[in-house]
Design a protein around this ligand. Sequence first.
Ligand code: FPP
Length: 232
Amino acid sequence: MDGNGRWAKSRGMIRLLGHKAGVNTVRKIVRAANELGIDVLTLYAFSSENWKRPAHEVSGLMSLLKSYLKSELANMLENNIRLRCMGREENLPDQVRDILNTSIAKTSENTGLVLNLALSYGGRNEIVRAAARICQLCLENKLNPADITVEIFAEHLYSAGLPDPDLVIRTGGESRLSNFLLWQASYAEIYITETQWPDFSKEDLHAAIACFQQRQRRFGKTGDQVAEAGTK
Ligand code: FPP
């Protein structure tokens, strides 16, 4: 969800007002994703590196997160949305953690869109954490190193139980992953738009999905092999 700061600056506003406008976009895009029947929407809301931002921006983002979670719980319950999160939850302020865990628990039986918030999240940390957990299991003789597979490794990531993303959308025009879903996005289609996150609309989401639908996903095979399998 990149471009909040630039969006604000270009309007002579402070950066935090860009994030505030970004929360409105979050509301719109969650609704649109749910309407489309998307299974999982992961939002990169705060990275492990974002703690390095000025203290007032960090605390402003935490307040926005808290008020978003408070205001959206009823809507999530009404619309069958299940909340999850990924990242170093233990680093979040207590008030954010409390409302986050309450919302996760209250929506846990919902069967519609999974809204997965990446908070204090970094892909490298996630992979190291999974490796450490696996090492621990090996030390305890609960797992044999020779038996470690891609599937077993994935069970120790924050995303355990979730499918890999099909599409990664980056707003704000930068062409990089910025430590987002490094493991899970191995075969994701990447869509980059110059549109800043506060301006990203339901129609922009539809355009990203339409572009995704035009892509041929080969997963290492040849284009001919994929085309042939498609005709069967
Ligand atoms: C990146 O834009 C955006 C963030 C670091 C924060 C995103 C947070 C929100 C949209 C609001 C809170 C989230 C939820 C789920 C309620 P940037 O600040 O790096 O923009 P810039 O590159 O233009 O400076």
